[in-house]
Design a protein around this ligand. Sequence first.
Ligand SMILES: [Fe+2]
Length: 239
Amino acid sequence: MEWLLDLSERYRAQLRSGPFFQSLAQVQRPSDLKWVHQLIHQSREFTSALCLRYSLCKDRNYQGIFAEHAVQEADHPDLLLGWMEKYGFLDGSEPQPASPATVNSLAFCWRSAVRDTCDVQVIGLNLLSEGVALDFYTAVIPVLERLDILSGNYWKVHREVDNVHLTMGLDRCGDVRPESSTGRYYQQVLWHSASLYNAMLSSWVNQPAKTLAVLPAEMLGVPLPAKRKSSPTDPQILT
Ligand SMILES: [Fe+2]
């Protein structure tokens, strides 16, 4: 579903132009990376959500890939904690508590793992989340390299696998058209998830997040049928 990849990439591009990514050029020392204390919560709980979705999944179409994904992420929080210890981010203490914006983003992931159908989980937890992760690690790794604190497997492994994780399961969702009710719901999930990541990443550098523009599939050159009368159950952002 090329249209979904395109739409996800456009939301990711909006995030990449936001305050978190812009702030990276100004980083001068490891103590400027205070957001690492939020990253560990994201790493722990996103991994938990992936393990949860695998353990709850009864659909054989998705169970195998959900297991594979969960296993590949399972040791990431531990790797990150080791790196934080090594470079003095912890000093023998626990990470700082998760911020409200970090919790909001993670709550979306947990809820998706518990409540969403498998195809919707693929849109939110793979296509969008792993796409944002790919952008995040692609931008952060050169900064760590510049500060001479890039070591261990945590960062390296993301550079290698996020690109694979972001399309994992998309082939199992069938050929969903953007104008179908399922396609419209996928669009809403992309916007909602991207908005939460945008708010979370902006908060990590103490900046307000701009509301993400809704990008209906019409903007990708996909013609949609003539507008029908809206119903109260339609997603507000897409009607
Ligand atoms: Fe991943």
